[in-house]
Design a protein around this ligand. Sequence first.
Ligand code: PMP
Length: 286
Amino acid sequence: MTRTVYVNGEYLPETEAKVSIFDRGFLMADAVYEVTSVLGGKLIDFEGHAVRLKRSLDELDMQEPCTKDELLEIHRKLVELNGIDEGLVYLQVTRGSDGDRDFVFPSLETKPTIVLFTQNKPGLANSEASKKGAKIISIEDIRWGRRDIKTVQLLYPSMGKMMAKKAGADDAWMIEDGYVTEGTSNNAYFVKDGVIVTRPLSNDILHGITRKAVLRMAEEAQLKVEERLFTIDEAKEADEAFTTSASAFVMPVVEIDGVQLRDGTPGPIAKRLREIYLEESVKEAI
Ligand code: PMP
């Protein structure tokens, strides 16, 4: 089925949607994005994604393409037009195109480019992958220093996923100065003696929308959370581990660098947090 997508004010069949070859998103990765999940035809934590988008735009002196209300309306309309029950809405805003290539930012007369499209993912909430759990490898983190801004510079994370696939794993966690930063497209956690450990927020990692919700829900469920730096060896010796992201929610991790955690099946805290997260966020979905 041909999707209906949104480009700069228009709803179009995906085959007719166009962006200039001079667009700075294309030429320079001068663009930010958000991915919002859809469950039961409703948006999960739209507010969190809209607030983070605004922050990413502000940090890069990029103009807002539209208001938050308009953004919500576009998201909802695309979900409806494409009949999405479970899936994702991808949103990208670039600094636009001034019809040439130049390192200097164009003037504010150059309007940002805004593109949104849906991805249909039936069974997202109940995925086979989440029942099996993920095998991960560790790789060096060689990304830039502003990982708190959600830019489309995804080449290294994409290479990281390929390194994982080549090694027979599902994903990679990145390591900088001896400590785990995050997964290629998720935040990283381990659990030891009932305490959930994850790296504190800084410019070194993306401030995950799912991370924020899951940590709040963990505390509400009387689980202990420690935000501190941790090594991959600590994670390998953990009782269990998991990742969080808007597209995979809470994903149990069952193997790290070939070392099996527990008996190689998802741990009880990861499973419980996944259930709580799905239940709570579906209740609050809009
Ligand atoms: N870290 C990175 C590097 C990511 O790409 C993502 C997903 N975009 C996350 C963490 C998780 O963030 P969220 O929960 O907002 O999807």
